[in-house]
Design a protein around this ligand. Sequence first.
Ligand SMILES: Nc1nc2c(c(=O)[nH]1)N[C@H]1C(S)=C(S)[C@@H](COP(=O)(O)OP(=O)(O)OC[C@H]3O[C@@H](n4cnc5c(=O)[nH]c(N)nc54)[C@H](O)[C@@H]3O)O[C@H]1N2
Ligand SMILES: Nc1nc2c(c(=O)[nH]1)N[C@H]1C(S)=C(S)[C@@H](COP(=O)(O)OP(=O)(O)OC[C@H]3O[C@@H](n4cnc5c(=O)[nH]c(N)nc54)[C@H](O)[C@@H]3O)O[C@H]1N2
Ligand code: SF4
Ligand SMILES: [Mo]
Length: 806
Amino acid sequence: MPTDRTTLTRRTFVASTGALGALAACGTAASALYAPTSRAFGDESGDGESIVWTHCHVNCGGACVLQCHVQDGELKYVESDNTGDASFGAVEARACLRGRSIRPWLGSADRLNYPMKRVEGTKRGDGQYERISWDEALDTIASEFKRITEKYGNESVFIQECSGVEQNIMMNNPFFRLFNLLGGEVTRYGSYSSAAISFGAVPYTYGTSWGNRSLKTIQEGELVVLFGFAPNDMRMAGDGPGYDLNVVRETKNARVIVIDPRRNETCTNQGAEWIPIVPGTDAALVAGIAHELISQDLVDLDFLHTYCVGFDEESMPEDARGKHLSYRDYIMGTGYDQVEKTPAWAASITKIPAERIVKLAHEIAESDPCYICQGLGPQRHTNGDNAARAIMVLPQLVGQVGKPGTTSGGTIGNDDIGLSSLPTGDNPIKTKFPNFLWPEAIRDGAKLTATNAGILNADGLKVGIKFLVNYGNNMMANQNADIGFTTDILRDESLCEFILQYDVAWTASCNWADIVLPDLAPQETYSLTAAGESNDVEGIRFGQPLYEPKFERREVYEVCGELARRLGVYDEYSEGGMTREDWCRKLYDELREDKPELPTYDEGVKMGAFTYDIEPSTEVDDFILDPVANPLETATGKIQIYSPELAELTETWKLQDGDVISPIPVYYPGFDGPDAVTDEFPFQIVDFHHKGTTHSTYAANEVLHRLSPFQAWINPIDAERQGIADLDPVRLVSAQGEIRTTAKVTNRVIPGVIMYPQGAWHDADMQGDRVDHGGCSNTLTSRHCCPVSKGTGQHSVIGTIEKVEG
Ligand SMILES: Nc1nc2c(c(=O)[nH]1)N[C@H]1C(S)=C(S)[C@@H](COP(=O)(O)OP(=O)(O)OC[C@H]3O[C@@H](n4cnc5c(=O)[nH]c(N)nc54)[C@H](O)[C@@H]3O)O[C@H]1N2
Ligand SMILES: Nc1nc2c(c(=O)[nH]1)N[C@H]1C(S)=C(S)[C@@H](COP(=O)(O)OP(=O)(O)OC[C@H]3O[C@@H](n4cnc5c(=O)[nH]c(N)nc54)[C@H](O)[C@@H]3O)O[C@H]1N2
Ligand code: SF4
Ligand SMILES: [Mo]
């Protein structure tokens, strides 16, 4: 990919002539567009109130600016970025309702205040904890680390992902840094977010990951087709993709079509057309569109023959020819299952009328360029690897790849200003396992192999996980699939011998830990981050502590330093005593070495934040310019509709019943997909990322609950059949478990499907009836993962909904 050009704009740092030069060069009116902060860090008003700049830190990625008004050591109220000119199209890092509601979250009764340990004689899950001193907590963690690594080796140590503190240079890196000095730990690959697309689709299609072009490259009057992408629900930051889409729709007159089982906020906010689809069937829709494109001669054969492998016999790899294995053979019924994938065939599976599929094929063929993009919803199903690859074929069929206003058919990427996180050092252990399988890695240990579980860099695991660190996640009893299954494994202390939970709040996961530590929120300490999720705006946020630490809360870098002292590596760990604030300064200064036009650290702290516009690249990708000179890193060097690597996996890997690995992206319904519904479980229950929370973070914030409640969305046709009225108390039941919630009767959801927000706090008696009155969707989800990536299939659930009487 060509490098994007960058220019500096917004929140002026007047001292820097280099920056003003850059602004002049790109023709942006510097100070008019970009006013200095209304009030700098530390400014005091007459009544003793001062401004402290910090930012939201959760995994929605916006890292929105929080302008906090603090008085007498208390946060009084929160504003956001109000320093731009507020004109439409101007960029401000404005916080959404979640970031703006941080005050009740920081002061919540659920906050952790002291280190706690599980009461001796009780089992994990009994929920009995007692307060202990920091010394006792740290001594225990250090001695357990020593005992377990001496007995089982460092491959028994695992640090879970930490999406709760993702927007921060620290994240959970202090633990990696510490353990890497002590022999390392087993690591994971893939994430709950995007395992299927990143590890099951992109590598087999494009080789190295191909970012998509910015929404801002969308051209006048262009068609934008979004598969399960909901930027107005999940990328809501004032300088994020949700806003970018608003801008291009209005200023470029772009036409937006959303394909989703749910009428998401991009339809309700932006008037995008909604095409409802049965969940898990996107590959069938693409096949139906492909059929129309092929039969009407609308495919771009030049593109397919020049850049792609596997569209037709002519473009198949030599050793796979003559076997009717091409995509065209699959679509036209001359290969694979011998079924023609007509629009009528696709309609019977997707429930999108055949005429609409035909029309969509023509709309896509006629728009040049055409922006086709997927969110992460379609790939978080049990057939997610195939679904993600199938959607990528669509822009390839019409040659809309690698030029301005097009995408690779993947999900939107984001540019990176180049700020490093706390360095973690070198981990001598190279073995990796798929993230989703961590409970299996505890239970089954050395039974997980390269061919049955996708273990990387080794034939298999040597040992199960015995020492588990959960920092900034709620994985054990909230966010991982099938809480009943997972917590049964955690309860057995002969499997995982030590569990640490380190959080800001007492979540359900704390009940499964041996030691629980109370963290400072990033707003309560020094924090530095690059703003993440827009593709053409990057910024830096400089967070200062709002007040002195309260109770006995301590931040992670210092705490890992205390552990390092006990384990004899403090000097190496701290590089001679560096503090968290020292690291913020050092890592920022390193960034400035490359970009001297940026403000100094101290100037940044005064401003709180600045935003750095990255001019969207309008260059044609190198591979498209010259595919021979610049081959892709796939087996064939080309875009692979047919993947020889996957053909090989079909021969060598052991799969779960019903799973399919296919060298071309065929449609199959997947485990607990649309074909699995029964009289007992007549609905697909699909969860989604809603506005009220970022996963389970903020989920106990009453303010947000009222604004954006957890409710089961049900179509009026289904509601009538089930005898359910709006707001009725209901139970959702799957083979895995039962939750309680209320119904939202709405025609914003396709019949046959219940849509339910993920992230509610689990609240069940796991030694009793296990009914989850908190309404956490992972009480319902299953462990069945995607066949190639071994990524989560948490959106594939079948179940039922019933009114709870009385
Ligand atoms: N069913 C279902 N399950 C899903 C998903 C889905 O779509 N459906 N989505 C998946 C995805 S994409 C993801 S990324 C994961 C996310 O799952 P998690 O990584 O568990 O993310 P959160 O639920 O936000 O939990 C973060 C935890 O961090 C804590 N936290 C917040 N701030 C701080 C802090 O400053 N310090 C510390 N120490 N802790 C803090 C919060 O209290 C919370 O307990 O969930 C996955 N689970
Ligand atoms: N408000 C909010 N924002 C967030 C988060 C959050 O929890 N809350 N989490 C953040 C994180 S860590 C992540 S990974 C991202 C996740 O972002 P996404 O994974 O993109 O979010 P989802 O809501 O899981 O899915 C997006 C859309 O796909 C639809 N969908 C589900 N199944 C299918 C299907 O089979 N086909 C089609 N076509 N559509 C389908 C859903 O209805 C939803 O509207 O969001 C980030 N932003
Ligand atoms: S949740 Fe995301 S969009 Fe909302 S304030 Fe935080 S970073 Fe910004
Ligand atoms: Mo995620």
